[in-house]
Design a protein around this ligand. Structure first.
Ligand SMILES: *Cc1c(COP(=O)(O)O)cnc(C)c1O
Length: 234
């Protein structure tokens, strides 16, 4: 896979996204591909942009800062998908269009204030990261705490709560992850109803399980390896 160009990988991804969408009776246009460029250099991001990718995900503020000059001028949407520490909230609020991994109110409040401090008038999109497998993963809010957090974030004036995100346990057989994706969708449906919020976004699915995620309702899939090739260990 590493020998394929990003363009070739993207074409395969688009076919597989379309196939999964069709199986679920969904329109492939409803699904946004986020190219996860962590560990890959700025020129890989440029290559993906030129091939048609318009959303990118990084998981560290500092790493992304290092790629800024190399990606200048690209009209893309930049997502932070990794855990964010409070003390980096101001930098994140300046550099990203969306923080996809919010799991605590103090951080959301910090981002809300930061958006004023950095002088960006548009709302910052955020997703709540939910811990769908509490026994196996550490990041994310517990499902039973999601409602209270969603309600409070929805009340913050500079943030726009788009929906939910999850990182299920890595299981070799993607089919075994299906129940976690379903859990996230059901939680979203439940919150939307009880809180009267739109919550259109479900960010779920990575290189090895994005098709299952799409079948379960993902609107954003975060794909690294299948698009950019194997990550450089570091
Ligand atoms: C690295 C990462 C991905 C992409 O992983 P792949 O398996 O390479 O597609 C997606 N989401 C998050 C939060 C990540 O950290």
């Amino acid at each position: 896979m590493t020998t394929n160009s990003v363009r070739e990988n993207l074409l395969r991804m688009q076919e597989r996204i379309a196939g999964a969408a069709a199986r679920a009776g969904r329109n492939a246009d409803e699904i946004t591909l986020i190219g996860v460029s962590k560990t890959h250099p700025a020129n890989a991001i440029r290559e993906a942009f030129e091939a048609g990718v318009r959303h990118f995900g990084e998981n560290r503020v500092q790493e992304w800062e290092g790629k800024r000059t190399g990606t200048e001028g690209l009209a893309a949407t930049w997502h932070l998908i990794g855990h964010l520490q409070n003390n980096k909230a101001v930098r994140a609020a300046r550099l990203f269009h969306s923080i996809d991994s919010v799991d605590d109110l103090a951080l959301a409040q910090r981002l809300d204030r930061a958006r004023v401090e950095v002088g960006i008038p548009e709302k910052l999109r955020v997703l709540i990261e939910v811990r769908v497998a509490p026994e196996e993963t550490k990041s994310g809010v517990e499902t039973r705490e999601a409602s209270e957090l969603a309600e409070k974030i929805a009340g913050l004036p500079r943030l726009e709560l788009g929906g939910l995100m999850c990182i299920p346990p890595f299981l070799e057989q993607a089919e075994k992850v299906r129940s976690y994706f379903r859990r996230l969708r059901e939680l979203r449906d439940d919150l939307a109803k009880t809180l009267g919020l739109a919550l259109p976004v479900l960010s779920m699915g990575m290189s090895h399980d994005f098709e299952v995620a799409i079948e379960e309702g993902a609107t954003e899939v975060r794909v690294g390896t299948a698009l950019f090739g194997t990550r450089i260990a570091g």
